[in-house]
Write a protein that binds this ligand. Structure first.
Ligand code: HPA
Length: 268
């Protein structure tokens, strides 16, 4: 564990209290609403030395620590993407801090494009696995043998089952599928989408995969849910733009919030 993470965790505990965090939540584009519902304390990333700038519009770069459905959570309102800095490990420090605060697991959320006609805009999808199509890896440069992280069941089966049970209890339909990571920030071409469809991807996006790799490296359990904001390039005439992503994210976000609340309630 880095000294910087220890220092930051001590700083955060000084502000938010010593009670251990049980779960980390990383929020995707346009999915920031849930951070406002946490009964707790918000700290700007700017006040946490070394935290990424997370400057993408639709993200709110704050760490919120507090209670949601009886569970002590740490909500990362802004995520840093590879395409912002060229650094695949941009979320390493926040995840190290999360572990230092006591968390054993994290759930990542994201906005994604759908590759499946039966998963239209507004759907949500629980990730069962991923394809790292970017070829990048946040552990490049890590000098220890710990870098050889096994990625079987990277999306924790027990967490997935509990999330699916929470969806069912809330009468929310939640698809399951495989997420492919393209680096962005340009959207994919229709040919790139056809290529990953053939390889078995169900959704596409520009995040989450590096964080899940980092989480597994750090020994945190991981799960992730996509909100579908558009059909992927070439799949329909629907617009693909960041403005569209931000406009459409709240449709899936309402479902996502029900699932997360149900999950947390079951954890408490
Ligand atoms: N591609 C990549 N990232 C995305 C998309 C997409 O179609 N929609 C939302 N994020």
């Amino acid at each position: 564990m880095s000294k910087n993470a220890e220092k930051l965790a001590a700083q955060i505990k000084g502000i938010a209290g010593n009670a251990p965090v049980q779960l980390g939540l990383i929020l995707g584009s346009g999915l920031g609403h849930i951070a406002e519902e946490v009964d707790g304390i918000a700290i700007d990333y700017a006040d946490l030395p070394g935290f990424p700038h997370a400057g993408v519009s639709g993200h709110n770069p704050k760490l919120v620590i507090g209670d949601l459905e009886g569970v002590r959570v740490a909500v990362f309102g802004g995520r840093a993407h590879y395409y912002e800095s060229g650094r695949g490990d941009a979320m390493r420090l926040p995840l190290e801090v999360l572990r230092e605060l006591g968390a054993k697991a994290m759930i990542a959320t994201n906005a994604a494009g759908s590759l499946r006609a039966d998963m239209p805009t507004g759907s949500i999808m629980c990730l069962t696995d991923h394809i790292n199509f970017s070829g990048l890896n946040p552990l490049i440069g890590e000098a220890t043998d710990a870098r050889f992280v096994p990625m079987m069941d990277a999306y924790d089966p027990d967490m997935r089952a509990a999330l699916q049970a929470a969806a069912q209890a809330a009468q929310v339909e939640m698809a399951t599928g495989i997420y492919a990571w393209y680096s962005g920030p340009s959207f994919e071409t229709p040919a790139e989408i056809r290529a990953i469809r053939m390889l078995g991807a169900d959704a596409v996006g520009m995040s989450t995969v590096p964080e899940v790799i980092l989480a597994r490296f750090l020994g945190l359990k991981a799960a992730a849910i996509s909100t579908i904001t558009n059909m992927a390039a070439g799949m329909s005439d629907e617009a693909i733009s960041h403005a569209h992503t931000k406009a459409m994210a709240p449709i899936g976000a309402a479902k996502l919030e029900k699932v997360l609340r149900g999950y947390l309630h079951g954890m408490a």
